[in-house]
Design a protein around this ligand. Structure first.
Ligand code: OMP
Length: 286
């Protein structure tokens, strides 16, 4: 790969964004109760107006937004049309967009998801997509290849923030690794040609202790060039001050995903809420 190609990779763009704008990723999660408290209708148009307002506030304050697809999908085709508009506005504002769609299937079907989300010019084009690896990380190979070819990224769920994740994700393979670690190791193997962030990330919930999910020191070291998407702050209980204690040497790779605790401030309070979180995070993660 040439230097010019490398600078257009998702990992390089994410790295540059964290340096320039910090590590806060603002979620675009138009929960019906939030639409109501914002004075917006529970409809595709409400979700569209909500998404555009978040982008307005986020642009120039953070580098990354993460629309949660489920809250648009709820309104059917009109919801997808609203999402398309929100994605286009985010791109136009120069924001990196992580499509939080949690896709993932057998390989041939993953090709369809790659066409939808990771293909330049697609109406749902994003910079990176969240996926699950329940079908096996190998089944994501074609999607990874397509992401790489198009300068896109993928975040694979590894140790999720929800309380129910533990029993499944800490189950151990014959070789003794937890499922969380197995996923993370296989994802990290795609990033070993980088000196800074690669294109393939893992989702590690900030509400979890990495060692509880089987991440030994070696496992953490293996993630040195792997981006980490970390939800779980705010509403789910984790605090920014815990960033370094939870993620240790991985903290520089962490993108902090926050949705409700920012969005609850309403359209008029959004910009201030984002500024406060950006400043707080800059203080805890130098
Ligand atoms: O992939 C995600 O973004 C994700 C993974 C995970 O383990 N936990 C998790 O909460 N999320 C998402 O992160 C966001 C968290 O929202 P808040 O709890 O409101 O900040 C939601 O959009 C979730 O779908």
């Amino acid at each position: 790969m040439t230097g010019a190609q490398k600078s257009s990779t998702f990992g390089a763009r994410l790295d540059a964004s964290i340096v320039a704008n910090g590590r806060l990723c603002v979620g675009i999660d138009p929960h019906p109760y939030l639409l109501d408290s914002w004075g917006l209708p529970s409809s595709a148009d409400g979700a569209r107006r909500f998404g555009l307002a978040v982008i307005d506030a986020a642009a120039g304050r953070v580098g990354v937004v993460k629309p949660q697809v489920a809250f648009f999908e709820a309104y059917g085709s009109a919801g997808f049309a609203a999402l398309e508009e929100v994605l286009a506005a985010a791109r136009a504002a120069g924001l990196l967009v992580i499509g939080d769609a949690k896709r993932g299937d057998i390989g041939s079907t993953n090709d369809g998801y790659a066409n939808a989300w990771l293909e330049p010019g697609s109406p749902l084009e994003v910079d990176a997509l969240t996926v699950t690896a329940f079908t096996g990380v190998g089944a994501l190979g074609g999607l990874f290849d397509r992401a790489e070819a198009n300068g896109k990224g993928v975040f694979v769920l590894s140790a999720t923030s929800n309380p129910e994740s533990r029993v499944l994700q800490t189950a151990r393979t014959d070789a003794g690794a937890t499922v969380s670690r197995l996923v993370a190791d296989e994802v990290a193997a795609r990033n070993t040609d980088r000196t800074r962030l690669g294109d393939f990330g893992v989702v590690l919930g900030a509400t979890k202790r990495l060692d509880d999910y089987g991440f030994t020191n070696d496992a953490v070291r293996a993630l040195s060039t792997t981006p980490v998407l970390a939800p779980g702050f705010g509403f789910q209980g984790a605090e920014f001050s815990q960033l370094t204690s939870v993620f240790g040497p991985l903290a520089p790779n962490v993108l902090v995903a926050v949705s409700r605790s920012i969005l609850q401030h309403g359209a008029s309070g959004l910009a201030d809420a984002i500024d406060i979180d950006v400043a707080h995070l800059a203080g805890v993660a130098r």
